[in-house]
Ligand binder design. Sequence first.
Ligand code: ADP
Ligand code: G6P
Length: 354
Amino acid sequence: TCAAGDSQTVVIGLAADSGCGKSTFMRRLTSVFGGAAEPPKGGNPDSNTLISDTTTVICLDDYHSLDRTGRKEKGVTALDPRANDFDLMYDQVKALKDGISVQKPIYNHVTGLLDPPELIKPPKILVIEGLHPMFDSRVRELLDFSIYLDISNEVKFAWKIQRDMAERGHSLESIKASIEARKPDFEAYIDPQKQYADAVIEVLPTQLIPNDNEGKILRVRLIQKEGVKYFSPVYLFDEGSTISWIPCGRKLTCSYPGIKFFYGPETYYGNEVSVVEMDGQFDRLDELIYVESHLSNLSTKFYGEVTQQMLKHADFPGSNNGTGLFQTIIGLKIRDLYEQLIASKAETPVAAKA
Ligand code: ADP
Ligand code: G6P
């Protein structure tokens, strides 16, 4: 394919419902790439974009075609494809991938209006995060790697309460109502995208405590598609085997209800996948090195890099459980994929000349 200039933008899609940890994931990802991403300098203070040396993260809410009033008038939610402009999304992601700058709209989450656009230049890595990165087949084809954060209803509820009650002063009833109201559109338009994801991080209530519904201790599954170019799934002990592992004991401190790992092959929406699962949480994050030393294909640059990243961001939500661990691992896998893609593109012109 023919790109304008010598740009080599790698495009990553991150899908999840809002309030499901996308921004936390993005902070872990950009940290793996060696720099925190910041809002564009001197621009609209309500911009949703984050920029670092290597990475630009754009929020797909910016492609809302209907603003808050428009949605209300038409009776459609933000999750409804009719509230989103997929033609423009496709044109702009394609342009950026081809090395061409775009004037991207801004959806202002404070006012609920569409603000004047901002200039986005083609980065090395473009992350498109939001409700619909894998919805439109044209946009999907532009993705070099895709991730779906699959938060179970029980856990979503626990997180939403934490944020919307504590930080935004909403009532329990209104949070319940808003989750219920989103459910039909979520199931129709957001959830089905997980079948296309190269990696899914599934977050479920623990199975270590019978009938737990607190949503505090989590069972987190990293579902990795087999056969994806430049992505070799992480495994525990022996590739392709099925393993259940309780690391607690002499080398890992665990308090009740402990920690349990699982690894094995599965089928997910008709695709062969490898799953690594962690149920429970770490008491001492520095001991994560013991678990890290038993995982393979991590794409680390040095021994202990996963543990180092986790310790560096110990204050981020999910650092003591599988959400933080698997987000960090996916960050490393994306860095590796990026490096392999760039290397392969650098080789192509030489091969063509020969
Ligand atoms: P999004 O960008 O998808 O809206 P955020 O990353 O801002 O989501 O997270 C929203 C809220 O969900 C956080 O304030 C936090 O309360 C909770 N949360 C996110 N990720 C986790 C996690 N891994 N563990 C526990 N709570 C989390
Ligand atoms: C989702 C979307 C947002 C939208 C919000 C509320 O979280 O990601 O873009 O603002 O829903 O939608 P509303 O129509 O109530 O403003």
